[in-house]
Design a protein around this ligand. Structure first.
Ligand SMILES: *Cc1c(COP(=O)(O)O)cnc(C)c1O
Length: 431
C-alpha cells in the first residue's frame, strides 16, 4: 500500500512518474490490486485524522456498502478541499448512507420482479438488461444497485450467464441486449469475448450495448488488446458514466480515443447528484467536454430511490432547470434526455421544460430557449391516413420492404390508445 500511496501523492501533485512507476500506474490490474478499500490509507493520502467516533461510523458504513477507489481516481481529488470535491463525494463513504428515508426502496426499479431468469431484466418489449458482473473498479456511493453490487452472494455464475443467453435465444423479440453489472468491463477479456460471441450467434440480436464506468475510474482498462477484441463486433455500443467535467482527464481522452478509433460509438449516462453536479454551469461544461471527446450525452438520470442515497437526491425542478440551461444554449447533440426511472419498474420517463405553450385547431404556440413566443401554422388539409396495421396492403412506401400484418397484441401503452385500429379507450393499471 505504501508504494501506491506514494504514487497517488506524486500524481495528485502533478509530478511526473519515472518509467518503472508509470508501468505500474498504467497497469489496470495493479490499479485494482491497490484500490483503496479501507479508511486508514485515505487519512494518509489526504493528511487527515478522523476522530475515533467518525472512524467507527465510517466502518459501519463500509460494512453495509463496500468501498473501492482506484489510485488513479483517488489522485483526482483536491487534497486542499477534499470535502467539496466531486470525485471524493462520489467515491468515499459517507455516514449519511446509513440513513434510511421513508421513500427508500431496496429494489426501486423492480429489476428483480421483472427478472424471468437470474441476471436478466426484461421490462421493455425489444430489449433486456443482462447483469454479467457484480464488481466494479470503483463503488459509486450513489449506486442504484448498492445492495447487490460488491456482494459476494450476488456474483453471476457461469451457469446463470448461460441461462441468460438461452433466454435471449428463446425470445426472438429481443433485438437489443445491454450488458451491465456491476461493471461489464470488469470481466476478463476472454469472458467478455465469450459472451459477445454467444450474442453474435443469435440472429435476432441486432445491437449489443455495454455499460461501464471503467473509462472514468480506470481508463487503463481500455487496453489495446481489449479494443482489438471489442472492435470485432460491428453492432457494439458503449455507454459510460461521467458526472463531472473534472473526470475528463488526458488519460480518459486516450482511453476514449482508442474506443472511438476502433469504431465503437460511446455514449454517456450521468446521474444528477446534489453538491456534485447539480449546477447548470457544471453540466454545460460536462456535456461540452464530452462531445469534444466524441462521447455523446445520452441520459441524465434523476437519482433513484435506492437505500442510502437520500443525501444525493435533488428536486426534479433542479433537473428541469439544468435542461433549460442546455437546450438552445449549446450544441443540440450535447443535450442528454433527462429521465426519471419510475419506481416500481415503470421504466424511464423523460421530463423536460415545456416548449408547447398552447394550441388551437390549426396552430400551435411555442416558446424557444430565449423566451421568444412564436406560432406554427398547421396545414389546412392534412388527411389522416387511417391505419389498420396491415402493412402488406398499405399503398404507402413508408418502409423498405413489407412489414407484414401486425397483431393488436403487439401494440401496447399509450400508443394503443392513440391507434385507429384499436377500440381500447382506457388503460387500467394492472395492480
Ligand atoms: C434502461 C433500461 C433499458 C434500456 O433503455 P433505453 O431507453 O433503450 O436505453 C432496458 N432495460 C432496462 C431494464 C433498463 O433499465
Amino acid at each position: 500500500m505504501k508504494e501506491a500511496i506514494d504514487l497517488i501523492h506524486l500524481s495528485m501533485n502533478n509530478k511526473k512518474l519515472d518509467d518503472e512507476a508509470l508501468v505500474k500506474w498504467t497497469d489496470w490490474k495493479w490499479q485494482i490490486k491497490n484500490s483503496i478499500r479501507t479508511i486508514e490509507p485515505i487519512e494518509d493520502i489526504l493528511g487527515i485524522t478522523f476522530s475515533e467516533e467518525k472512524r467507527q461510523t465510517l466502518k459501519r458504513t463500509l460494512d453495509a456498502f463496500p468501498m473501492a477507489i482506484t489510485p488513479y481516481y483517488m489522485s483526482l481529488i483536491d487534497p486542499n478541499d477534499y470535502e467539496n470535491d466531486p470525485v471524493f463525494k462520489q467515491s468515499f463513504a459517507d455516514m449519511r448512507e446509513l440513513y434510511k428515508s421513508e421513500a427508500d426502496m431496496v429494489d426501486p426499479l423492480a429489476e428483480d420482479q421483472n427478472s424471468p431468469v437470474p441476471g436478466i431484466t426484461h421490462r421493455y418489449p425489444d430489449r433486456v438488461l443482462f447483469h454479467v458482473s457484480n464488481v466494479c473498479a470503483m463503488y459509486c456511493r450513489h449506486c442504484t444497485r448498492k445492495r447487490k453490487v460488491g456482494d459476494k452472494d450476488s456474483i453471476p455464475t457461469r451457469s446463470n450467464l448461460i441461462k441468460g443467453i438461452e433466454y435471449i435465444k428463446d425470445h426472438p423479440e429481443i433485438r437489443d441486449v445491454l450488458l451491465s453489472g456491476g461493471d461489464a468491463l470488469m470481466l476478463p477479456d476472454k469472458h467478455l469475448a465469450f459472451l459477445l460471441d454467444e450474442l453474435a450467434k443469435i440472429d435476432h440480436v441486432e445491437v449489443v450495448r455495454l455499460g461501464t464506468r471503467t473509462p472514468v475510474v480506470l481508463p487503463f482498462r481500455i487496453t489495446n488488446e481489449l479494443v482489438q477484441t471489442l472492435g470485432k463486433y460491428d453492432n457494439l455500443w458503449i455507454n459510460t458514466h461521467f458526472n463531472h467535467p473534472k473526470e475528463l482527464t488526458p488519460e480518459v481522452k486516450t482511453a476514449i480515443q482508442k474506443l472511438t478509433k476502433s469504431g465503437i460509438p460511446v455514449g454517456n449516462q450521468s446521474v444528477l447528484l446534489a453538491e456534485v453536479n447539480d449546477c447548470p454551469q457544471i453540466m454545460k461544461k460536462l456535456v461540452q467536454k464530452l462531445v469534444s471527446f466524441r462521447v455523446r450525452p445520452y441520459y441524465l438520470y434523476q437519482c433513484d430511490l435506492s437505500e442510502g442515497l437520500e443525501h444525493f437526491r435533488t428536486s426534479v425542478g433542479k433537473g428541469i432547470e439544468i435542461m433549460e440551461s442546455l437546450r438552445g444554449h449549446t450544441s443540440g447533440f450535447a443535450v442528454p434526455t433527462y429521465v426519471i426511472d419510475a419506481p416500481g419498474g415503470g421504466g424511464k420517463i423523460p421530463v423536460s421544460p415545456n416548449y408547447l405553450i398552447s394550441q388551437s385547431s390549426n396552430k400551435v404556440v411555442l416558446r424557444n430557449y430565449e423566451g421568444v413566443i412564436t406560432t406554427y401554422k398547421e396545414p389546412d388539409r392534412y388527411e389522416n391516413n387511417s391505419c389498420d396495421l396491415d402493412c402488406n396492403n398499405c399503398h404507402l412506401q413508408l418502409t423498405e420492404g413489407k412489414l407484414g400484418k401486425l397483431s393488436n397484441q403487439e401494440v401496447v401503452g399509450i400508443k394503443k390508445l392513440l391507434a385507429d385500429y384499436d377500440e381500447t379507450i382506457t388503460l387500467k393499471p394492472g395492480v
